[in-house]
Design a protein around this ligand. Structure first.
Ligand code: ATP
Ligand code: MG
Length: 567
């Protein structure tokens, strides 16, 4: 079974390397036909929020292509819009991109540094008779634009002379006009079936300071004009973006053609990555943060890159995930369980497996000597002998998880119950002889006897037991807080309420503050990861972990019904 699964994965991996995705096919052809002699990509975030799992796909795609073709990868902030951008996001975007492993080396750029060139590009279009200053109001421009079924109408200002346009555009730059009073438009075709080509606005007046250029400019370029220029200035060859820009590609091509760039970049679109049961919309996350429902943008229930990192996902697992998702032209959602599958795959042979008790109940081993302590040698990960061994203390009093004991067990319950014998993992067989309850009926103490002959590793073959449970020495265990997570929304139950608010899962966070972990965690640092045997994978919380107050996040449980889709 395990073997089959493995083979399945290898097949997927090798098919992937043999069959080229459609972007690779385009690039291969461009190189073959000599359109480009190298490959240069970029990741162009707008610094207006934290990066999320979708951005990770774009980053790894662009960076991966640059690597694959021995090309260059630019990190470029698309910061041409002064209204929405904040400097604080620049730092978080750089941190998250670096953590993902996409290295831009010294190729860090800001689109706002090209404002001068963009202005000159606009002047060039005016001089070519390809752009004009228009005095129509925003409402009139919308009206004149027409619809999908009706052609647009030409602006009465469309045929201004080059001289007049140059003067008016300079006035726009010099602050002569109020916001919205005048715009610069590309002169293309008001009857084009593609609305984006109906004389789009390329510059607008906005008396607004910019985080990089301050008060230098009161006109700002529109995205569709700015983006191709940014790409061309940097020598980008393949400008990869998401599908919503497909209809804008003719405009992209028009801009680079009219500006006569010698080796104009090519825009390629792919489908955005959507994941089920998660929230990526900035508006919703902002509200969750403001309402105190989540602990910031990096709350481990979110899928910002910072949140995934804090939860305990690794860059390798995210890379595996986006690779498995593949690149496509059709929109679809990927099951969150696939992300979980990837982190399990990544951690299972890499991280130590230690014992932790999440909901402790004390077990007293009546026939074990009061003051004796044994230190068992235990392999850190049986799938990875290089991880070595550690010593785990055992004594008369231990904790086990409450769910590993039942007073009246159902059929097929092989764990501890009165009269039954189980194996304590890495230790002895113990048999339950008695237990105590408090007035509410809660089990407070379990009494067992152990059989010294059955010590783990002693080669004992006298008899077998069906159940093995984990435990932690009550005298040595370290008390810890453990946070368990569930999806914050559930697609099947409906992600949204009727009033447009999120239908939140009330159980998305459970805090267990009385957990015990075997005492081998003295050197643990924030972000260290473990398997807690039988429980799942856990990560020392980046923000809240300290030796004094250990806090672990459950990244993912061990069990899953998820199966890799056939590719
Ligand atoms: P959002 O609104 O979700 O934050 P965005 O498109 O506004 O996304 P940008 O900063 O403009 O964010 O995007 C930076 C790059 O990331 C763009 O090239 C964009 O196409 C890409 N990108 C954004 N969301 C996704 C996604 N879900 N899947 C793949 N790529 C994405
Ligand atoms: Mg955006």
């Amino acid at each position: 079974m395990e073997e089959n699964k493995k083979n399945g994965n290898e097949n997927i991996a090798s098919e992937k390397t043999e069959s080229r995705n459609f972007i690779e096919q385009i690039i291969d052809k461009d190189l073959e036909e000599g359109r480009f002699d190298h490959v240069q990509t970029r990741f162009p975030p707008e610094p207006n929020g934290y990066l999320h799992i979708g951005h990770a796909k774009s980053i790894l795609l662009n960076y991966g292509l640059a690597k694959e073709y021995n090309g260059k990868f630019n990190m470029r902030f698309d910061d041409t819009n002064p209204t929405k951008e904040k400097e604080e996001f620049v730092d978080s975007i750089l941190r998250d991109t670096k953590w993902l492993g996409a290295d831009w080396e010294d190729r860090l750029f800001f689109a706002s540094n090209y404002f001068e060139q963009m202005y000159e590009a606009a002047v060039k279009l005016i001089k070519k008779g390809k752009a004009y200053v228009c005095d129509l109001s925003p409402e009139q421009i919308r009206e004149y634009r027409g619809t999908l079924t009706e052609p647009g109408k030409e602006s009465p200002y469309r045929n201004r002379t080059v001289e007049e346009n140059l003067e008016l555009f300079e006035n726009m730059k010099n602050g002569v006009y109020k916001d919205g009073e005048k715009v610069l438009r590309a002169k293309i075709d008001m009857t084009s079936p593609n609305i984006n080509m109906r004389d789009p606005i390329i510059y607008r007046v906005a008396h607004m300071p910019h985080h990089n250029t301050g008060d230098k400019w009161c006109i700002y370029p529109m995205y569709d004009f700015a983006h191709p220029i940014e790409d061309a200035i940097e020598g980008v060859t393949h400008s990869i973006c998401t599908l919503e820009f497909e209809d804008h590609r003719p405009l992209y091509d028009w801009v680079v053609r009219e500006l006569e760039y010698p080796n104009p970049p090519r825009q390629i679109e792919f489908a955005k990555l959507y994941v089920t049961n998660v929230i990526t919309g900035k508006r919703y996350i902002k509200k969750l943060v403001e309402d105190g429902i989540v602990d910031g943008w990096d709350d481990p229930r979110l899928v910002s890159i910072a949140a995934l990192r804090r939860r305990g996902f690794t860059p390798e697992s995210i890379k595996m995930f986006v690779d498995l998702c593949g690149i496509s032209k059709s929109q679809s959602s990927v099951d969150y369980a696939m992300l979980e599958y990837c982190i399990r795959e990544d951690l299972k042979a890499k991280k130590p497996r230690i014992m932790a008790v999440l909901d402790p109940v004390k077990v007293i081993i009546d026939n074990y000597p009061e003051d004796q302590v044994e230190w068992f040698d235990v392999a850190n990960n049986v799938e990875c002998p290089e991880l070595g061994t550690r010593k785990v203390p055992f004594c008369k009093e231990i904790y086990i998880d409450r769910e590993d004991f039942m007073e009246e067990p159902p059929k097929k319950y092989f764990r501890l119950f009165p009269g039954n014998e189980v194996r304590l993992m890495n230790a002895y067989f113990v048999k339950c002889v008695d237990y105590k309850k408090d007035e509410t009926g809660k089990v407070t103490e379990i009494h067992c006897t152990y059989d010294p002959e059955t010590r783990s590793g002693s080669g004992f073959t006298g008899r077998k037991v069906k159940g093995t449970i984990h435990w932690v020495s009550a005298r040595h265990g370290v008390k810890a807080e453990i946070r368990l997570y569930e999806n914050i929304v559930d697609e099947e139950k409906g992600k949204m309420n009727e009033d447009g608010t999120l239908n939140l899962n009330p159980n998305s966070l459970t805090i267990l503050d009385n957990c015990y972990i075997e005492p081998n965690i003295a050197d643990v640092k924030p972000e260290d990861k473990f398997q807690f045997v039988r429980q799942g994978y856990f990560c020392a919380d980046m923000k809240n972990y300290s030796a004094k107050h250990p806090v672990f996040n459950r990244i993912v449980s061990l069990k899953s019904s998820f199966k890799l889709p056939k590719s």
